[in-house]
Design a protein around this ligand. Structure first.
Ligand code: MG
Length: 258
């Protein structure tokens, strides 16, 4: 008799519990999203190697994806050997044949072990996130040897040159390979040439965050203040700096359009 009474009380309680459980599942389902399904991207074997959807800009074999900045009809003639490319200071900057808007980029560079010079004249190069003309026109993320080498902080490696000081100095020693991983959001312009939305950059130097979604004030200027002028999709450019220190090398350069 006791059992019957107990089950009479328990049965409705179990029903209520089950109803509550279902209701929680239904409620949770209301905030689940099933589309769009992210595309499948096969990652590279390691952080250096390109994922399946990357555009490889330099794979160690040739500079087929690059031209000279100051005469884009001519092929880039930096020195390719042993899977790396070394700056040819006589030829000047090189830039990609392709133009890009927003992207994720990976590159690796090595300052020569026997590097000489100081301040800005020691392993100076640069990654121009968008090349907007000849020479150094564009937006420069600084590459420089700042391993025990001081300079103005808004011009050290990882700075958006003369705009944003890097959040850390993550330099490795000269002679060691180092990396940059960058997310670039291109600026947008109105029809009349005025700025619609500023360029933004996030950058990791050797895996360390050095720029956190900063909004650029304009194109890099060595002298004077940065400013914008209207442009569209642009090449990516590497700098052959005019100082006398030994030239640096690059490898594993790839980009994913976003
Ligand atoms: Mg530079």
């Amino acid at each position: 008799m006791k059992k019957i009474i107990l089950s009479c009380f328990c049965f409705p309680f179990a029903m209520v519990c089950s109803a509550q459980k279902m209701s929680a599942v239904d409620s949770a389902a209301k905030t689940e999203v099933y589309s769009p399904v992210p595309k499948v991207v096969t990652p590279g074997e390691n952080f250096s190697t390109p994922p399946s959807d990357a555009i490889v800009l330099f794979d160690g074999k040739n500079l087929n994806e690059w031209v000279l900045t100051n005469d884009i009809r001519k092929p880039a003639n930096w020195f390719v050997a042993d899977g790396i490319v070394t700056v040819n200071k006589k030829s000047g900057n090189i830039q990609t044949k392709k133009s890009f808007n927003n992207y994720q980029l990976h590159l690796e560079y090595r300052i020569p072990e026997n590097i000489t010079g100081e301040g800005q004249a020691r392993g100076n190069s640069g990654l121009f996130l968008a090349s907007t003309g000849g020479g150094d026109a564009g937006y420069e993320l600084q590459i420089l040897d700042n391993y025990h080498n001081a300079t103005y902080v808004n011009g050290q490696v990882g700075s958006v040159y003369k705009q944003f000081i890097p959040l850390a100095n993550a330099c490795r020693k000269p002679g060691e390979w180092q990396s940059f991983d960058v997310i670039w959001t291109a600026p947008q312009f109105n029809e009349d040439g005025t700025l619609k939305s500023a360029a933004k950059v996030t950058a990791f130097h050797n895996g360390v965050l050095v720029q956190n979604n900063v909004e650029l004030k304009g194109e890099t200027k060595w002298i004077g203040l940065p400013s914008y002028h209207k442009h569209g999709a642009s090449p990516i450019k590497l700098q052959a700096h005019g100082d006398k220190s030994e030239p640096l090398s690059f490898r594993n350069i790839w980009v994913r359009e976003l």
